[in-house]
Design a protein around this ligand. Structure first.
Ligand code: XMP
Length: 512
């Protein structure tokens, strides 16, 4: 049976990925495509439904994104959200105008529950609004299904053509019953059955990898992070010892991390794969000696990583496939990003040119991050690996301000381990990312009867869902104090502990 698909057509909305994630949470596979996707391509994909995103434009703008009218005659259910709803109204002959007052934020919406979209929803429900224009008049043949005091058409529909539209955003969590509305759309309107399940994704992927690889040799750069760990396990379940994983320990990992990765993936671990650990701490420290400029540090670490990997690959000889840990947000965003480079990210996986191989395998390219974690759980990967927080490719190199030395790595590793231990002990939850960093500041202190002139460690903890913006986490003061006490007493070379209050922007999450 053909797999179900819902398409999100992106008109420049900031929530395009969120819509797709919410639909997938309903167990329906969903892909994001630009609004320039042609009608023929859409028909070939044979989707069960289409969702138009919001966007910053006005339908009257000269360069505003549009779609040809014929899309509404395909017989495929369509849900327009915000700008998408206005576009539907505009193209089909309704009237879109600048609203007398913009609505922004949580708004009480009165809904008509006889709509398929609003089954099981309260008669009044809180929804997230963010618009300047609105639909002043629905096109002929449309029924108005929701209103607010400001908005005469907060939702409209033409059930016989399966066209639906909401001015509000059902995909954001502030819309209290939004998940139910999206579920109503995909099940009640599009008639989906819900065949997107992690168990079937894993089983299908294993099958597909076996078919693709045959008896070929596969090489994977394993960092111990979530993506590369899940990719490695998926491949090892599919092809066992045909897979070789290379784990580069560059000496910039968290405390004991190298051994932890080896314990899981190495010869005494749980998987039947070839595992090569390359211990090259000194080599990285030598390259980094005397370098304090952040971008230069990042480049050195990235390049050296590739060199090490290349050398190992040469020892293994020609391979047929190289694994890359690309995930779905990378696929959506690739090619779109021409914004300023704040930091040059280096990720395990960005290696295609340096190794002699025939093809790339990207086993996770269809998955969002939370789905990668679920695939990991499905594969039986230990929870501490599956749910671990993000860790940057250049590792502690970007958490040590200024020059990196082995001694500074020791300080930041020990302080970080204490911070993580105390957060776990105190049961603090909901932190997006938290770690210790080493500032390049030394200051005077007094310990026992003596003067000290030592480093300041900064603790950083942020709440974030997208890692593009972040707020400082409200960690209980006594937990911070406990960390301060332990770090100063247990970590030689530190006499001051600071807590970083900076949000992002203007700060970034990492220090460099
Ligand atoms: P920043 O510091 O830019 O970090 O606010 C945002 C998120 O990205 C992670 N990060 C990286 N991840 N390679 C990565 O794979 C990198 O070079 C890198 N630099 C930062 C950071 O930990 C945070 O989650």
């Amino acid at each position: 049976m053909e797999k179900e698909l819902v398409i999100v057509l992106d008109f420049g909305g900031q929530y395009n990925q969120l819509i797709a994630r919410r639909v997938r949470e309903c167990n329906v596979y969903c892909e994001v495509h630009p609004y320039t996707l042609g009608l023929d391509a859409i028909q070939q994909m044979n989707p069960k439904g289409i969702i138009f995103t919001g966007g910053p434009n006005s339908v009257y703008g000269e360069d505003s994104p549009r779609y040809q009218k014929e899309i509404f005659d395909l017989g495929i259910p369509i849900l327009g959200i915000c700008y998408g709803s206005q576009l539907m109204a505009h193209v089909l002959g309704g009237k879109v105008e600048t609203a007398p007052v913009s609505e922004y934020g949580k708004t009480e919406v009165s809904v008509d529950k006889s709509s398929l979209l609003f089954q099981g929803i309260g008669e009044t429900t809180i929804c997230w609004m963010s618009h300047t224009d609105y639909i002043a008049e629905a096109p002929a043949g449309f029924i108005i299904r929701a209103t607010t005091p400001v908005c005469p058409v907060a939702a409209m529909e033409m059930p016989e053509k399966k066209l639906y539209a909401t001015q509000f955003h059902p995909e954001v969590l502030h819309t209290q019953e939004g998940a139910k509305m999206l579920s109503n759309f995909v099940y009640n309107v599009c008639g989906c059955r819900g065949d997107w399940k992690m168990s079937s994704f894993v089983a299908d992927s294993i099958q597909a990898i076996r078919e693709k690889v045959g008896d070929g040799k596969v090489l994977c750069a394993l960092s111990g992070g979530v993506d590369s760990s899940v990719a490695a396990v998926l491949l090892s379940k599919a092809i066992g010892k045909q897979l070789t994983c290379v784990f580069v320990d560059h000496g910039l990992l968290r405390k004991n991390e190298g051994d932890e990765v080896e314990a899981v993936f190495g010869p005494n671990g749980s998987y039947d794969l070839n595992f090569i650990r390359v211990n090259c701490q000194e080599r990285f420290y030598e390259k980094l000696a005397g370098v304090s400029e952040p971008e230069q540090k990042r480049k050195i670490i990235g390049e050296e990583f590739i060199r090490v990997f290349e050398e190992e690959a040469k020892k293994i000889g020609a391979v047929d496939f190289l694994v890359q840990g690309t995930i779905y947000p990378d696929v959506i965003e690739s090619g779109l990003d021409d914004s300023a480079v704040i930091k040059s990210h280096h990720n395990v996986g960005g290696l295609p040119d340096c190794v002699d191989f025939k093809e790339i395998i990207e086993p996770l390219r269809l998955l969002f991050k939370d789905e990668v974690r679920n695939a990991g759980r499905e594969l039986g990967i230990p929870e501490h690996l599956v749910s671990r927080q993000p860790f940057p490719g250049p590792g502690l190199g970007v958490r040590i301000v200024g020059e990196v030395t082995a001694d500074k790595v020791r300080i930041v590793q020990d302080a970080d381990a204490i911070f993580r231990e105390e957060v776990a002990k105190a049961g603090v939850t909901g932190l997006g990312q938290y770690f210790a960093a080493l500032t390049n500041m030394r200051s005077v202190g007094v310990m026992g009867d003596g003067r000290t002139y030592d480093y300041a460690v900064a603790l950083r903890a942020v709440n974030t869902t997208d890692f593009m913006t972040a707020e400082c986490s409200d960690i209980p003061f006594e937990v911070l104090q406990k960390c301060m006490n332990r770090i100063i007493n247990e970590v030689k070379g530190v006499n001051r502990v600071l807590y970083d209050l900076t949000s992002k922007p203007p700060g970034t999450i990492e220090f460099e």
